[in-house]
Each structure stands twice: as C-alpha cells, then as structure tokens.
Design a protein around this ligand. Sequence first.
Ligand code: PMP
Length: 459
Amino acid sequence: PYTGPSAEEILAKRKEYLSPSLFHFFSKPLNVVDGKMQYLFDENGRRYLDGFGGIATVCCGHCHPDVVDAIVKQINRIQHSTVLYLNHAIADFAEALASKMPGNLKVVFFTNSGTEANELAMMIARLYTGCQDIISLRNAYHGNAAATMGATAQSVWKFNVIQSTPPNSAEDIKSIAGKIGKMVFDCNVVMFAFTSGVHHALNPDPYRGVFGSDGEKYAKDVQDIIDFGTTGHVAGFISEAIQGVGGIIELAPGYLPAAYGSVRKAGGLCISDEVQAGFGRTGNHFWGFETQGVVPDIVTMAKGIGNGIPLGAVVTTPEIAEVLTRRSYFNTFGGNPLCTAAGLAVLKVMEKENLQENALVVGSYLKRRLSELKDKYEIIGDVRGKGLMLGVELVTDRQQKTPAKAETLHVMEQMKELGVLIGKGGFYGNVFRITPPLCFTKEDADFLVDAMDYTISKM
Ligand code: PMP
C-alpha cells in the first residue's frame, strides 16, 4: 500500500515549489501512485480506467512488464549520453523505426520530446530549402519552444514579445538581447518574434470549417498563402493528420495530397507530426499520414513511443538528412540507450500483442457506441476520430454549434467520480479526447460509454 504524502500535501508543495503555470485536470486533482496497463490507482488504491493515458505517455499499457524489463536491464548495464560512443540500443531502435516507414524515410534523429522533434524538423526544412516560411494550420499544436511556438496556433500558448517591430540598430538589438537573455543566437539574429516565419492556413475541419469535408477547397488556402504571402518559395508545411490538442480533428479527406502538392511545387518539405496520431493509434494504419495516402519528407514523433520514457524522433530521407552535416546537431540525451531500449520494447510489444489491430477493433466499437450516445443526447454535436483516437464535441445548440464548455468540464469531473478518466481539448475546450493505451478492451469501452451515458443523463 501507498504510504507517501496525500494529494493535499503534494498540492501544497507544488504551489510553493513548482511553476505556477503547471495546471492539473479536475478541481480535486488526482494523486496517481500506481499504474497497470489501462488502469491508474490513486493513494487509496481506488482504480480508474485511463481513457486518456495513451496520448500522454503510454502505447502498450502502464508499466507493461516487457517494457519495464527492457528498461531495468538497460539501466543495470549502461546509461549514458547518445553521442560520443557506440551502443547497440540506439542503432537497433533506429533500424526498427525505419522499417516502419514508407519510401526512403530511413534516417533517424532522436530527441527527448515532441517539441524538440518539431524544432529540429523545422530547422532541417529551413536549412534544406534556404527559406524561412513555414505553413502550419490554425488550431495546430506542435510544441512550445521558439520555432514550434510559431507553428502552434492557439492563443494560450503564445505570448507577446518585448518589441513588436524589428530592431533597427545595434542598440535595439542589445536592449532586446538584455531582456531576453540567452535567446540570442547570433549578433544580428534575435528571437524577438516568436511567431515569425510561420503562416497559418485555414483549418480543414469537417465539423466547423466553411468547406465541410472538401479537403481540396481548404488546401487552396495553402496555395493562396504561397502565392500572396511569400516569395513563391517556402521551407515547408507542418501538420498532424488528426489534430490532438486541437480537439481530435481529422483533416478533411483529400486535404494533405492537395496541400503537399502546392508546398512541393513551391520547393518546400512536408512534415507530418505523428506525436499523437502515429504508432498504430488510428488502427487502420501505423502512421496518421497514411490515412490521407501521402508520404511526407519528414516525420516527427514522441509521447507514447517510449511508453512513458522521454523519447522523440525525426525521420527523414538520407538526402535531406545530409543538411545536418553542414551544421552540427547535438543532443546529450536524445535517443540515449535507456530510452531507445524502451522504444524497441514498445515496438516488440505492439507486434506481439497486435495492438494496432486492437486499436482498430476496439476503437471502431467504441466509436459506434459513442455515436449511439449522440443519437440519444442533443448535447453531443459530433463524434469523430479513428481507432483509439476519438473525440466527442459537446454543444448547447446543434445548429449554432455553440461550445458547451462548462458541461464538458462537468461531465469529465463526474466521470472521474465514476472511475473513468478522459481528456479534453479543442479551440473552445468542449471536446472530449479519448485516447487510451492501445491495450483497451471492449469491456473498457462499454464502461467508459456507460459512465458518460449515466453522467449526461443526470445533467
Ligand atoms: N506535437 C503534438 C501533435 C503534440 O500533441 C505535442 C504535445 N501535446 C507536441 C508536439 C509536443 O510534444 P512535447 O510535449 O513532448 O514537447
């Protein structure tokens, strides 16, 4: 049994010693002390079905014994930096990842997170093309460091800069540099504009977008941005195939082929952010981009790929990867032996336990059951997603699509009381995100839907 501090004690310490920007789910936050497969346990040993853990960390289940075993074996042997020396774990995982990729995507760069992976991908695209302009989508989330903050298009992740006009003189630069400290990379390149170089295209959102499910019409906006907002040349385009933080939005069919076409004509590289939609989660496919039938030039991934161990990756072609021989890329721990041992164990478990197939079977069943709830309750405006990446959007008025923000929070809180955890997201915070570990069963799906049904029926 757990004998550590209580939730209240942890919260008090957190308030005193941790960043005030940390947020937590639920008005009475959960103190999670144990995890086993699709379940989490609180300090009193109460069990919760984890309908959201897949996104945050776990591909094959919390503390999956094979992954734990691989981690323990590796840490008992050697844990070190990725660079300087050889170690088979890094090379083995790189090889295994490359085997999951289409085309000539076979060169892997490892990072510690999704943000780092996307920062690197954007830098590679800029180096390769010699252009600065990147096109991203409104409603996108790609990370929150300097470059990715530009690609991310949600106001809460942005901030206003110290000086909104470009520096005119050395004095200006010095003054800005003084204020933002080490954000100075070069004597005349100051990161004064954290959103610079990124254009945000119309989001191809089939539920709320003006063109419904016509992906090609939305993609025309990418062409317009290139024609009217750039020199005609761009560094690249970055998007998810199904937006996660954005509220489980499946890009309208036909969007990526058309957008990739425009970007490639303008000399740019196409980056697919698979941090949430990759690794078998969509069921039918291993990668999100495959659902739109495209092959990107650069693929990024993170989150569940290490089953909770910090690990991210960028995969590209040998020709594109070559640009990083012109400018070194160093990452002390990105892809270290411990994390890559975990990554390889994840891929093996996924194969052994047929987790992609499970995502398809259980995910389709869960989506059907959620769609039945939509027929029952007016407040459910939309049910969407693929495999075990599903979204349920709540609206107070189906015609107006008025976001039911308070109700969304209420249902989440009540479901937690019933022992079921789900996430939320979307521009208005009114979309349930259901992204469990891939070992979720039909019984789990039934429990989740029953808990949601009961909660909504009591509202
Ligand atoms: N890309 C996507 C699609 C994400 O959802 C996230 C995290 N929410 C990131 C990138 C950034 O990943 P990390 O938090 O590991 O930096």
